[in-house]
Design a protein around this ligand. Structure first.
Ligand SMILES: NC(=O)C1=CN([C@@H]2O[C@H](COP(=O)(O)OP(=O)(O)OC[C@H]3O[C@@H](n4cnc5c(N)ncnc54)[C@H](OP(=O)(O)O)[C@@H]3O)[C@@H](O)[C@H]2O)C=CC1
Ligand SMILES: O=C(O)[C@@H]1CCC=N1
Length: 268
């Protein structure tokens, strides 16, 4: 019999994963059940993806072989308390919340459940997610592979030591937001100089996508790739010098350390 994947929480990240899974076609829509308190979110998801939905989290807990908890971190204790006695004995619980450790999740279940901790990101929706994964010892190699397979259906995955999860949150979980800010700012600059906004976003976003692919596919150092764009006495080095003067690198490093710090604080 095919397995059922259950989601509790159908917001930004829940929908990105559901959309990714549906597009990858690894679970049929009748094997996906989604619970949320927000009926509007459920209606939208049911209409868009043809999945089954419920406002009763326990309905999801009872049926799911793989249960992805995609509510906000502060709601983990509330939701886990509600469902812990309803989940299947061998359920694989997948947590995606910032700052929620495997040990913390086990404590909330008050028993040794199978826990896979993942930090995904919203580009999952377009098949370009990045997910870092770790698990407790109750999860077998086959079960971990099964979960990795789900997350790989909508992007790339990397197994990490749990100690790195706070850094992961900063470098891939949250980082799409910084990149959107960069694209938006490039768009504004181009609009300032007379380009229509839709063209400006398309050009900026495609340049970011292409640059990211260059890093991933050539394996070259980002600094070398940057140097290849900078003609001596040319245009790019003028922009690079201004970015250095305005502290781009310092701003990025400092922002990411704030993000990591917040994730550590949320773990306490
Ligand atoms: N957004 C992102 O880019 C990423 C998020 N994450 C993690 O994903 C999790 C979800 O984040 P995100 O999707 O952004 O949050 P959202 O607020 O967008 O989604 C959470 C959903 O859960 C619903 N909800 C609230 N209470 C309950 C409840 N008791 N039972 C069931 N559903 C409930 C919310 O409804 P309502 O809106 O009515 O409150 C909402 O629809 C977080 O733990 C976050 O750390 C991880 C990586 C990236
Ligand atoms: O902002 C947050 O807390 C979540 C975790 C990673 C991305 N969004």
């Amino acid at each position: 019999m095919s397995k059922t994947i259950g989601f509790i929480g159908c917001g930004n990240m829940g929908q990105a994963m559901i959309g990714g899974i549906i597009q990858a076609n690894i679970f049929s829509s009748e094997n996906i059940l989604v619970g949320d308190v927000n009926e509007k979110s459920l209606e939208k998801a049911a209409e868009k993806y043809g999945i089954k939905t419920t406002t009763d989290n326990n309905e999801v807990a009872k049926i799911a072989d793989i249960l992805i908890l995609s509510v906000k971190p502060n709601l983990y204790p509330v939701v886990i308390k509600q469902i812990k006695d309803e989940v299947k004995k061998d359920v694989i619980v997948v947590t995606i919340a910032a700052g929620k450790s495997i040990e913390g999740t086990e404590k909330m279940f008050k028993r040794k459940v199978k826990v896979v901790r993942v930090m995904p990101n919203t580009p999952a929706l377009v098949g370009e997610g990045m997910s870092a994964v770790c698990a407790n010892e109750a999860v077998t190699k086959e079960e971990l592979d099964e979960i990795i397979n789900i997350f790989e259906s909508f992007g790339k995955t990397e197994i990490v030591n749990e100690k790195l999860m706070d850094v992961v949150t900063s470098v891939s979980g949250s980082s799409p937001a910084y990149v959107y800010m960069f694209i938006e700012a490039m768009g504004d600059a181009a609009v300032l100089d007379g380009m229509p906004r839709n063209k400006a976003y398309k050009m900026a976003a495609q340049a970011v996508l292409g640059a990211a692919k260059m890093v991933l596919e050539t394996g070259m150092h980002p600094g070398v790739l940057k140097d290849m764009v900078c003609s001596p006495g040319g245009t790019t080095i003028e922009a690079v010098a201004t970015l250095e003067e305005k502290g781009l690198r310092t701003a990025v490093i400092s922002a990411m350390r704030s993000c990591t710090k917040k994730s550590i604080e949320m773990s306490k």
